[in-house]
Design a protein around this ligand. Structure first.
Ligand SMILES: Cc1cc2nc3c(=O)[nH]c(=O)nc-3n(C[C@H](O)[C@H](O)[C@H](O)COP(=O)(O)O)c2cc1C
Length: 200
């Protein structure tokens, strides 16, 4: 599917075929594309928890105020981020470049995030937001539909997936075969209302 078409057709779908099983190869394809999304300093601070087990999907649906797209989806991806990825062996983010520019980048990276919890959290949201959109467009182009979600109990879901102390959950994306089209679009704001040339 053409990229622009996939963007136009992506909608938040709420009804999926619970019997459809996504293959491991398809999950890998989605993730292989997700990790091509950009991150600041190539920090790749996202961490993806994938869930296909029906009993865990049911539990996640309960923790999402009973939203049934969660239990019906073929795949749930919980997008998490490691807040301390900036200090964990950062050489690996530029393993393909020469040592000198790599060291300069590491110094700059560490300056950006050391003792800056707000920056660490902002970066988690930026990276996962980018990855979520890539996941949704990739899935759409593979014949799947998706729903991005923040309507769940973050603490309880964190317990369920054994979230490490220095990680956060940013959102989740459910992926499945639609059984019902999304409701009509709520309505996009006019571009002229939300775009400002040169300044507000
Ligand atoms: C960060 C985020 C969280 C969302 N959380 C939920 C959710 O918990 N449940 C839900 O049904 N839809 C959720 N949505 C879907 C939005 O309602 C939907 O994207 C919006 O209405 C626009 O519709 P569209 O995605 O079909 O274009 C979420 C979307 C985003 C981006």
């Amino acid at each position: 599917m053409d990229t622009l078409e996939a963007i136009r057709q992506r909608r938040s779908v709420k009804n999926f075929d619970i019997r459809h099983q996504i293959t491991q190869k398809e999950i890998t394809t989605i993730l292989e594309h997700a990790i091509l999304s950009p991150t600041s300093y190539n920090i790749q601070n996202w961490r993806f928890v994938t869930i296909t087990d029906q009993s865990i999907k049911n539990k996640l649906s309960e923790l999402s105020h009973g939203q049934k797209q969660v239990s019906e989806a073929s795949l749930i991806i919980i997008l998490c981020a490691d807040l301390n990825s900036w200090e964990k062996n950062p050489q690996r983010y530029w393993q393909n470049i020469p040592e000198e520019p790599r060291n300069a980048l590491i110094e700059s990276l560490q300056k950006s995030y050391r003792n800056k919890p707000q920056q660490q959290r902002d970066e988690a949201m930026r990276s996962c937001g980018m990855a979520a959109q890539t996941i949704m467009i990739t899935a759409k182009s593979m014949g799947y539909d998706t729903c991005p979600m923040k309507g769940f109990d973050y603490d309880e879901v964190g317990n369920l997936i054994r979230l490490p102390d220095d990680h956060i959950i940013t959102m989740m994306v459910v992926v499945g075969k639609a059984t019902k089209a999304a409701s009509p679009r709520g309505g996009q704001l006019p571009i002229s209302d939300i775009t400002f040339e040169n300044h507000f």
